[in-house]
Design a protein around this ligand. Structure first.
Ligand code: SAM
Ligand code: ZN
Length: 321
C-alpha cells in the first residue's frame, strides 16, 4: 500500500520535491522523476552509490530473507524480547519507520499498533517484506539504503532498526541519519550486537564464530545455507537442549549454558540465525561505553538499555521548545 502518511513524508531523492502516487506504476515527483513499484515495493535503490561492502551485504540479506521468507510462530515470542521496553499500545496513531526490515517479521507486530508504517530495506528482502506485509493497509514497503532514505527530516514518531546498523561499514552514519528522520518527542528502538567485556564461554564462542566467518562469508549463499543446518544442529545439541534440561530440572551448571534464547524454540530458528551470523560480510559488536556517546552526542535521552546477547536500546528525542 502507498499510504497518505507515506506520501506526506517522502521527498524525491533527485530534486527534493514531494511525490504523487501513480497507482500500480509507482510514485513520481512534479519533475517526473519516477520510482517504480516492483514486486509490491517502491524501488529507491538506485539513488545511493553502493560503497564499500554495501553491495555484498545487500546480496547476502537479499538471499537470506527470500530463502527463509516464511513468518513463523516463534517470531512472536522473539518479538516479545525485542519490544519488552516499548509501550506498544502507546504507538496508536503514530507513524513509524522500520529501517532494515528484512522479511518484515517484526514490522508486522509494529504495524498492528502504529497508525501508519514504512518498512524499508536496502536489499531485495523488500520483496519478501512486501509479501509478508501485503495484508497491512497502513504499511508501505520501500527498497532504499537507510542512509539515503527519501524522507523529510523529522518525519517519524517512531523508528525501529533491529539488527541492522552493525552490518554497515559506517554504523554511526546510519544511526545519525535515523536520528535526523526522528521527530521531536519521537522514540527510537535499536538492536545491536554486543561483545562481552570479560573473558568467558561467550567470548570464546564469539572468537570461534569470528574465525569461522573468515571462511563462510566467502562461500556461495546456497552452500552456506546447506551447511547451516548441521552446524545449528550441533550447537542445539551442545548448548540449547542441555541448557533447557538444566533449566527444567534445576541443574544450575547446565542452566547457565549460552544460547538460552533458543530454548523451547524449534531448531529452524537457530538454522536461520546460523546462516545470518555466518553470511553477513560486516559485523560490529559493542559494549555500552561504545554506544553511550552515539545517543548523548545526538541529543537523545536513553529510556532503557539492556544487553541480552545484544543491546536493546530505547531512546527519545526531546520535544522541541
Ligand atoms: C539481520 S537483518 C534484520 C532484519 C529485521 N530487522 C529482523 O530483525 O528480522 C538486517 C537487515 O538490514 C538490511 N540492511 C543492511 N544495511 C542496510 C542499509 N544500509 N540500508 C537499508 N537496509 C540495510 C539488510 O538488507 C537486512 O535485511
Ligand atoms: Zn524529482
Amino acid at each position: 500500500m502507498v499510504t497518505q502518511e507515506f506520501l506526506d513524508r517522502v521527498r524525491c531523492p533527485r530534486c527534493g520535491e514531494s511525490m504523487k502516487d501513480l497507482d500500480w506504476e509507482g510514485v513520481a515527483c512534479s519533475n517526473d522523476h519516477r520510482f517504480a513499484r516492483t514486486a509490491g515495493y517502491l524501488d529507491f535503490s538506485q539513488e545511493a552509490a553502493a560503497s564499500g561492502s554495501t553491495e555484498a551485504t545487500f546480496a547476502s540479506f537479499g538471499y537470506e530473507w527470500n530463502a527463509f521468507a516464511d513468518i513463523r510462530e516463534e517470531d512472536e515470542s522473539f518479538a516479545e524480547i525485542y519490544f519488552r521496553d516499548l509501550d506498544l499500545p502507546g504507538l496508536a496513531g503514530k507513524v513509524g519507520l522500520d529501517a532494515g526490515c528484512g522479511k518484515g517479521r517484526y514490522t508486522r507486530v509494529l504495524s498492528r499498533h502504529l497508525g501508519a508504517e514504512v518498512a524499508l530495506d536496502g536489499s531485495v528482502a523488500a520483496e519478501a517484506a512486501a509479501r509478508n506485509l501485503a495484508g497491512f493497509e497502513n504499511t508501505t514497503v520501500i527498497r532504499s539504503d537507510l542512509r539515503a532514505a527519501p524522507f523529510e527530516p523529522g518525519s517519524f514518531d517512531f523508528i525501529s532498526s533491529l539488527g541492522v546498523l552493525h552490518h554497515l561499514d559506517d554504523p554511526r552514519k546510519g544511526f545519525d541519519r535515523l536520528v535526523e528522520l526522528l521527530a521531536p518527542g519521537g522514540q527510537i528502538l535499536i538492536y545491536l550486537y554486543s561483545r562481552p567485556n570479560h573473558i568467558g564461554l561467550r567470548s570464546s564462542a564469539l572468537k570461534m564464530a569470528t574465525a569461522t566467518r573468515k571462511v563462510t562469508v566467502r562461500l556461495p549463499h546456497k552452500t552456506l545455507k546447506r551447511l547451516s543446518a548441521p552446524i545449528a544442529a550441533g550447537l542445539y545439541g551442545a548448548f540449547v537442549a542441555p541448557g533447557k534440561f538444566g533449566e527444567d530440572h534445576n541443574f544450575p551448571g547446565l542452566a547457565h549454558l549460552p544460547m538460552d534464547a533458543y530454548r523451547g524454540k524449534p531448531l529452524r530458528s537457530l538454522v536461520l540465525d546460523t546462516f545470518d551470523r555466518l553470511s553477513a560480510p560486516v559485523e560490529y559488536r559493542y559494549v555500552w561505553e561504545d554506544l553511550r556517546p552515539w545517543f548523548e552526542e545526538a541529543g537523545l535521552v536513553v529510556d532503557a538499555a539492556r544487553d541480552e546477547t545484544g543491546w536493546f536500546v530505547l531512546a527519545h528525542k526531546p520535544a522541541a521548545g
